[in-house]
Design a binder for this molecule. Structure first.
Ligand code: SF4
Ligand code: FE
Length: 486
């Protein structure tokens, strides 16, 4: 396994094509806007090095028998599934942001079981190839960006019907030694901090879309791969000289990027689906299911930090004993633990796939994510309520540090007697960061759209909910005679 320092150095060696705000970034590793997101990923290595987190952060590989980082693991039991969620909660607590490495882990598990079933039914060798690829990933302890979401263009048209054929990633050429692919994946979490990109289709496909039924892996610096870094609310604060308090969370963050594949060659050993359109939906459903489980861990961890910050804000405001404040904090804990319960429940009810790895309960994972589209918004609302308006009207760090303005800011921003004004400002900025700033990408809007927008879960809930069986239950209790119904 790599240390966190080795991870950062390994990225330095890559020749990534990264663009941000109209400029090519030659050194993403040390870029003030990007570095905090890299620090979050580095925590997935750092915690794995620590004795106290070893059991949660590492696992034994079913492929090699070696100790590996859990983020590279193929889950071997429901215990593994639960440990995954616990690990994600821990990392959310330690970074208060998206630590990005889960998309790869969720892709590994979805592709592993799907390719197994493809090989069994089609006589292909995708699973064999994928096992080799996983051994390479585990051996080198890599960060892999599991990539699913295509830009999608006109949502009423299928991939092959789009006026621009590149709006979904597709195969442009099949050669004896590999394939050439073209297109893009949008809002790719952690793309710039990843060694590899692991691509999956984004929707179920029909025969006419078979060129779009493709899964493959490429190094992040493969020829033809470019990444355009996404903007976040308040992101340029990170570029301000000496900025710290105003960032709310100066050390950690997350990021997304638009990843473009401009006629990229992929050798056969890295191709895991090539036009087998009937299996695209299976891969999508499994990846989405795992990632919907993931949110029952990571968002809960960030929620823990936000609840703590809200409680501290109440202390600094001098109102920790107010009954309505106490009640709001209880409500926040209740909502956060409800999300955790969903993450643990879909893991506990997991089952073994034919490939041998474990899959979460799909219905419960979709219920988990549907709750995630709602409850973090309420938790954020309560945090803002408790914090007070100062979290968005407060003077800047420069004013606090200013020789003449500083004492004025300190005098008028004072809170509870005996409490430090700068500490108060730090906590309010942290709440601002999680609810409205750079971390709000991960905590709010990603709670809505990440791992699929709410409607995607509702479709799955409808499919998995078995309404007919429930009708049967009601008929039996009410002694309904169906022969009397027309
Ligand atoms: Fe992991 Fe959560 Fe970020 Fe997804 S949003 S990569 S589950 S931390
Ligand atoms: Fe996500």
């Amino acid at each position: 396994m790599m240390t966190s320092e080795q991870y950062v150095e390994s990225l330095r060696k890559m020749n990534l094509q990264v663009y941000f705000m109209g400029e090519k970034i030659d050194n993403p590793v040390d870029h003030p806007m990007i570095r905090p997101s890299m620090n979050s990923v580095a925590m997935t290595y750092k915690l794995a090095e620590m004795e106290e987190y070893k059991d949660l952060m590492t696992a034994t590989s079913n492929l090699t028998g070696k100790r590996i980082n859990r983020f590279c693991h193929l889950h071997q039991s429901t215990e593994d599934l639960k440990n995954k969620v616990k690990m994600q909660r821990l990392l959310g607590q330690k970074t208060a942001s998206c630590f990005q490495r889960c998309v790869g882990m969720d892709a590994f598990n979805a592709i592993y079981s799907t390719t197994f079933e493809m090989d069994r039914e089609l006589g292909t060798e995708y699973h064999k190839r994928f096992v080799k690829y996983m051994e390479f990933v585990q051996e080198n302890d890599l960060v892999v960006d599991g990539a699913m979401t295509d830009p999608k263009g006109d949502r009423s048209l299928s991939p092959s019907q789009q006026p621009d054929p590149d709006l979904y990633v597709h195969i442009t050429e099949v050669r004896p030694d590999g394939i050439v692919v073209r297109g893009a994946k949008a809002h790719q979490t952690g793309a710039v901090n990843s060694h590899e990109h692991l691509i999956m289709p984004t929707i179920a496909m029909k025969a006419e879309d078979s060129d779009y039924a493709v899964s493959f892996a490429v190094p992040s610096d493969a020829e033809g791969v470019i990444m355009i870094y996404g903007r976040q609310s308040c992101d340029t604060r990170k570029m301000e000289p000496g900025a710290e308090i105003d960032l709310g969370n100066s050390e950690f963050g997350g990021h997304e990027a638009l990843v473009v594949f401009d006629d990229v060659f992929v050798p056969n050993e890295r191709v895991f689906m090539c036009k087998e359109y009937k299996y695209a939906g299976m891969m999508v459903e499994r990846f989405a299911g795992y990632h919907r489980q993931s949110y029952g861990g990571c968002k809960v961890g960030v929620g823990d930090v936000l609840i703590g910050a809200a409680a501290l804000a109440a202390d600094y405001n001098g109102v920790p004993k107010a009954t309505h404040i106490k009640d709001k904090l209880i409500e926040m804990i209740h909502l956060n633990e409800t999300l955790y319960s969903c993450g643990i429940a879909c893991s506990s009810e997991g089952t073994q796939m034919d490939a041998g790895n474990y899959m979460i309960d799909l219905l419960l994972a979709n219920v988990c994510k549907q709750n995630i589209t709602r409850l973090p918004y309420e938790i954020a609302r309560l945090a803002e309520d408790i914090a007070g308006g100062l979290m968005v009207t407060m003077p800047s760090e420069q004013d606090l540090r200013h020789p003449e303005l500083g004492p004025i800011v300190k005098k008028y921003l004072v809170g509870a007697t005996g409490k430090d004004t700068e500490n108060r400002m730090r906590i309010l900025r942290l709440i601002e960061n999680i609810t409205l700033g750079t971390a709000a990408v991960g905590y709010r809007t990603e709670s809505m759209h990440g791992a699929g927008s709410p409607q995607a879960q509702r479709i799955m809930i409808a499919r998995q909910g078995d309404l007919e069986a429930k009708k049967e239950l009601a008929r039996a209790i009410a002694k309904v005679d169906v022969s009397k119904d027309k």
